[in-house]
Write a protein that binds this ligand. Structure first.
Ligand code: IMP
Ligand code: MG
Length: 183
């Protein structure tokens, strides 16, 4: 159910508004400006991680006033298969990234596993630099040690939907971020 109110229902659960469209828009503009300051006249390649980052990536690159390229990957990460970590790239990177500045774009960093594995895969292809941008970050859930260069909002360790993120398939199209109501 789509609603203009601060409370929504998806499947069987209720969610409360956490960040509305104007808060997100403002923060995305700020992130894009910080990225532009760092990358100046370089031509970064933004790599959006599907599905969740499709909206954040499109808003971020439209707010980025500089030359850039955009592509997407679709990842599934696995734990404990081997010590180096492994990700299945369901939609893999076709670009040659050697010597290029890369910005990985995530909707949310939760345990940190997906980006941890993807970072290793990207770094093995010798880009000139790798940065990580995420709209949302749950510091209390993070289990890995790497730098996140651009964070939209730090949030508590609670389940959220909207602005690309889903609850069992629903809610991605919402223009705000909503948090699960405790029952
Ligand atoms: P990771 O634990 O950092 O590897 O996150 C894996 C993926 O789980 C994220 O990219 C999201 O797509 C999804 N995810 C993590 N936390 C949430 C949440 O609160 N709501 C919806 N999806 C989430
Ligand atoms: Mg994601």
């Amino acid at each position: 159910m789509i609603s203009k109110t601060d409370s929504i229902e998806l499947h069987d659960r209720k969610f409360q508004l956490l960040f509305d469209k104007s808060q997100i828009d403002k923060r995305v503009q700020e992130l894009a400006e910080s990225i532009k300051i760092k990358f100046k006249d370089q031509r970064p390649l933004f790599i959006g991680v599907l599905n969740g980052s499709f909206i954040f990536t499109s808003d971020l690159v439209r707010a980025y006033h500089g030359e850039c390229e955009v592509t997407f990957v679709k990842l599934n990460s696995y734990e404990g298969m081997d010590s180096t970590g492994r990700i299945e790239e369901q939609l893999s990177l076709k670009e040659n990234i050697k010597g290029r500045p890369i910005i990985i774009v995530e909707d949310i960093i939760d345990s940190g596993r997906t980006v941890h594995h993807f970072l290793k895969s990207i770094q093995s292809k010798n880009p000139s630099s790798v940065s990580v941008a995420t709209l949302l970050y749950k510091p209390k859930a993070m289990q890995f040690d790497y730098n996140i260069d651009y964070i939209g909002f730090e949030i508590p360790n609670q389940f959220v939907v909207g602005y690309g993120l889903d609850y069992d398939g629903l809610g991605r199209q919402l223009d705000g971020v909503y948090v699960l109501e405790e029952s």
